[in-house]
Design a protein around this ligand. Structure first.
Ligand code: FAD
Length: 427
């Protein structure tokens, strides 16, 4: 299945009947697919509103891991969505993942991230790129709601993964892992970490020889060196993980790094498109929640003889917010539809979707705060939390600037997104 990640956008299956509104809700179709997706959305919304929303402000305020959200999502069996049926999951794809992420993020992004770690993190990579023993070992636990984490970033290697120092040192039939990873979301609660690292012979400062291994976090030599104190996403901790001589067996290798080329890194980067689309879906959810909140408030709030909703200058804000959000949603829907049920979203369309959803969400949440005036700025209302959470999503999974770099380079090299009208003009 590794070849999935190497496909060019044009080689994907044509978008299905739900292509353009994949993340926003299913269109009518005759297959029952739309009804299934709507049922999934309703389930996720119910869990979000009844079981997650009431505690969300408390986790944020106390900067505590959202343990009750984890339990609620487990009870609803929502972690099983993307895990293959052979391993105890539902075997669904990126569209369904986005539906759940959007609904949970609509009330709390920290809790949605728990799903993101399973849907678009290591378990999906294990299923697509790993060996059968690895799948049997880890995927049933993912479907049951045990958390996984991913260690790419290091103190001196963030946007430039090629600066990473994490390395495997040969030791008999296997290796020892020496690494220090920071900003590992859920790292202190996860059972396993997908660690990007250099294989023996890898050249420092280049992508050559970079691959990835799956490490059992209960293994000797693994320690949680600390956690980051953050502006937002405070219900979901980012940890610093140290790996001191941790034993790695050949069956723990997800993607082998070949010191003569950067093929391992390319495969890993292509697979990150799942995470980018999941990040985008969470942005949509948070912004949707903020927009709905602002609209309800404006209908209610009287300024002298008039409601806020009657002021045209404010109506224009709502018009811009709703339009930006819908445009971003359409871009995400395209990337998801191009992935097909079991593929990987293509790079250019995923980067555009992440960029648009990050920017739209930041603006929509910011404007929603403005529309509530002083109340928007108060911690008693949920809007400032949504804004702080979305701010973090603009940095994780490849920053806004890195998406722009990728999109700009691709367009200038003559590539264009699927279905674009100006394709011929650039060639
Ligand atoms: C909430 C959150 C969760 C995270 N979760 C994880 C996780 O689970 N696992 C993990 O490995 N990492 C995680 N990260 C880390 C994240 O991936 C990095 O923070 C991100 O890649 C940026 O790296 P950096 O922080 O080192 O910034 P730097 O790479 O130092 O970048 C600093 C600034 O310069 C910009 N910049 C850098 N290079 C360029 C360039 N070539 N052109 C233009 N601008 C550039 C960046 O966009 C940024 O604005 C998370 C981060 C956050 C905030």
């Amino acid at each position: 299945m590794a070849s999935d990640t190497d496909d060019e956008p044009g080689s994907r299956a044509a978008p299905g009947p739900n292509a353009t509104n994949a993340a926003s809700g299913p269109a009518a179709d005759t297959s029952g697919l739309a009804a299934d997706r709507e049922a999934l959305r309703e389930l996720a919304r119910r869990v979000a509103e009844r079981e997650i929303a009431p505690g969300a402000a408390g986790f944020d305020e106390a900067e505590e891991f959202a343990e009750p959200s984890l339990e609620a999502l487990r009870r609803a069996e929502l972690f099983a969505v993307t895990v293959g049926e052979d391993y105890g999951g539902m075997g669904l794809g990126d569209i369904e993942a986005a539906i759940v992420l959007e609904e949970i993020a609509r009330v709390d992004v920290s809790s949605a991230i728990l799903c993101q770690l399973v849907y678009n993190g290591p378990p999906r990579a294990i299923e697509h790129l790993g060996n059968e023993a690895m799948r049997r070992r880890w995927l049933p636990r993912a479907a049951a709601g045990e958390l996984f984490c991913i260690g790419i970033t290091e103190p001196d290697a963030g946007s430039a993964a090629t600066s990473m120092r994490a390395r495997l040192v040969s030791d008999g039939s296997g290796w020892r892992l020496e690494a220090y990873k920071n900003y590992v979301t859920g790292g202190h609660r996860a059972i396993a970490c997908l660690v990007w690292c250099r294989f023996p012979g890898s050249e420092a400062g280049t992508g050559k020889g970079i691959g990835a291994v799956v490490v059992d976090l209960a293994a000797p030599g693994v320690s949680v060196a600390g956690t980051h104190r953050k502006m937002g996403l405070r219900g979901c901790t980012e940890a610093e993980l140290a790996f001191d001589g941790v034993r790695v067996e050949p069956e723990d290798v997800l993607v082998a790094g070949d010191p003569s080329d950067n093929s391992g890194l390319k495969t890993l980067l292509a697979h990150i498109n799942h995470e980018r689309c999941g990040n985008a879906a969470m942005c949509l959810g948070a912004a949707q929640g903020a927009l709905e909140y602002a609209v309800a408030y404006m209908r209610d709030r009287q300024i002298g003889p008039r409601r806020l909703a009657d002021l045209q200058g404010l109506q224009w804000k709502i018009a811009d917010m709703a339009t930006e959000l819908e445009a971003a949603r359409l871009l995400l829907g395209r990337a998801l539809a191009l992935a097909g049920p079991h593929g990987t979203p293509p790079p250019l369309e995923s980067a555009m979707a992440k960029l648009a959803c990050n920017l739209a969400a930041k603006h929509v949440c910011d404007e929603a705060i403005q529309l509530l005036g002083g109340y928007g700025y108060s911690r008693e209302y949920s809007l400032e939390r949504a804004y702080r959470d979305v701010r973090g999503l603009c940095i994780g999974a490849g920053t806004v600037e890195i998406q722009r770099n990728f999109i700009g380079t691709a367009i200038l090299a003559g590539r264009s997104p699927e279905g674009s009208a100006w394709k011929e003009a650039l060639r």
